[in-house]
Design a protein around this ligand. Structure first.
Ligand SMILES: *Cc1c(COP(=O)(O)O)cnc(C)c1O
Length: 452
């Protein structure tokens, strides 16, 4: 038998020329987004204060392939195609008959998959004459990616950063400032939404829902400014499909096809990015399981409800049908800031609801155990978010061992954890606890869903 190929590389000519749009193949059309004021279906004009027309079109497009602009593809070449690794070290550690592969998105200069969508978003805004982008960031990865993308396209960037992360991760802030962004801890006094939260709770740790309200308010209040979101929206999901398209080509190079594909799931973009190109095959009758892995402290798919809800606390964003914990649900402050969103991608939600996707949830101690096992066997220190996918892959590999069967596992390693060493330190010193969400708070926030 030949040695397994450890690292499967494509050359830059193999970067996809088009993104895959799952809306072309869904058995039921995507549920429409609603206007937050009237709760009537949104028209394109409702979104123009926030997004350029090209992104609005992508939001509702049912074209199967959307061409990647040449300028964006040129910039992708800086780090794409990303490698697919065979996790030989992890396989040995687990003593499993399963083959484990992972697509490593942490090789991007911003450290995660988020640059895949930050670049096209900055590109389309620039092309539409916009001068400045406002956004929010949780753990800091999205803010970092957008800061860099804005610099490449000569745009200003203002980032509302969830306060608990701002305090936990000072170097993330510096990272964004190096790329030229202005970084503001949220909730802030800058916006009416922020001031309202601070009045009620001066010590609010912030949440993505609050930070989104602030960024949207900033964007709506200025002609030269648009808003950019790092996950959830259909156009973001679209851009992230470069991950799965490349991974499929890479596995084909070693005559492999996965039995199961996993990704961690916050707003759903890296999971959908790796999973949807395989879902396309499943729509054609191919057998492949697609598993989203989320934190049990913010269990949107596994414990939330499928309903229309606002994307933010102040109800400024469109109302979308999605799995949600309620727009005023504030998850406890655990160490995977990128997974603390109350909602989920409407596309992921609908396809999960229709039975095409699976979901699992793990506590953060399990997550850090998996992260350490991975770092010590594969050498890469994963982002705590990405470690959810690792935990899911380990569970699959163990199940394969128990069943005594071969199984090919592919997961997305969405980013590195070099800025998360504070969390690792807490885990290593025994200071990291599983933080349950409050059942009572969840029931209360689910009461506040819009009546559609
Ligand atoms: C933002 C982020 C996530 C969560 O966002 P998704 O849209 O669910 O992918 C996961 N991993 C990393 C490294 C991130 O930066």
């Amino acid at each position: 038998m030949s040695e397994p190929i450890r690292k499967i590389m494509l050359d830059e000519k193999s970067i996809p020329t088009a993104w895959y749009n799952v809306q072309a193949d869904m058995p039921n059309p995507a549920e429409p987004a609603l206007h937050p004021g009237t709760l009537q279906p949104l028209g394109p004009a409702d979104l123009t204060p926030l997004f350029p027309m090209e992104l609005i079109k992508q939001e509702v497009s049912t074209e199967r392939w959307v061409e990647i602009p040449e300028e964006v593809r040129e910039l992708y070449k800086q780090w794409r195609p990303t490698p697919v690794y065979r996790a030989t070290g992890l396989e040995k550690l687990l003593d499993t008959p399963a083959k484990i592969y992972y697509k490593y998105e942490g090789t991007s200069p911003a450290g995660s998959h988020k640059l895949n969508t930050a670049l096209p978003q900055a590109y389309y805004n620039k092309a539409a004459g916009i001068k400045r982008l406002a956004t929010e960031t949780g753990a800091g990865q999205w803010g970092s990616a957008l800061s860099l993308a804005c610099t490449f396209f000569g745009l200003e960037c203002v980032v509302y950063m969830v306060k608990v992360s701002y305090n936990q991760k000072p170097y993330r802030k510096a990272f964004m400032q190096v790329y030229g962004a202005e970084v503001i801890p949220s909730p802030s006094m800058r916006t009416a939404s922020g001031r309202q939260v601070l009045e009620l709770n001066p010590d609010s740790p912030g949440s993505l829902g609050i930070a989104i309200s602030e960024a949207v308010e900033d964007a709506v209040s200025r002609e030269d400014t648009n808003y950019a979101l790092g996950s959830v929206l259909n156009h973001v999901i679209l851009h992230q499909t470069v991950i799965g398209l490349e991974a499929k080509a890479q596995l084909a190079m070693v005559d492999e096809y996965p039995d199961v594909v996993l990704g961690c799931c916050g707003g759903g973009s890296n999971f959908a990015g790796i999973a949807f190109p395989f879902l396309a095959d499943r729509f054609q009758g191919k057998k492949v399981r697609l598993v989203a892995v989320e934190p049990d402290a913010c269990p949107t798919l596994t414990k939330g409800v499928y309903a229309y809800d606002y994307g933010d606390l102040a109800k400024l964003t469109p109302v979308a049908k999605m799995y949600t914990l309620g727009h005023d649900f504030i998850p406890p402050g655990f160490h995977s800031g990128g997974l603390r969103y109350h909602g989920d991608s409407p596309l992921v939600s609908q396809l999960y609801h229709e039975g095409f996707l699976e979901a699992q949830a793990y506590g953060q101690r399990t997550i850090f155990e998996a992260a350490l096992a991975f770092a010590r066997s594969e050498g890469i220190i994963p982002a705590p978010e990405s470690a959810h996918a690792i935990a899911g892959a380990i569970a699959e590999a163990k199940a394969a061992k128990e069943a005594g069967e071969a199984r090919t596992i592919l997961f997305c390693l969405s980013g590195h954890g070099i800025f998360d060493l504070g969390a690792y330190e807490a885990y290593l010193s025994g200071g990291l606890k599983d933080v349950p969400y409050s059942e009572e708070a969840l029931a209360k926030s689910l009461n506040n869903l819009p009546k559609v």
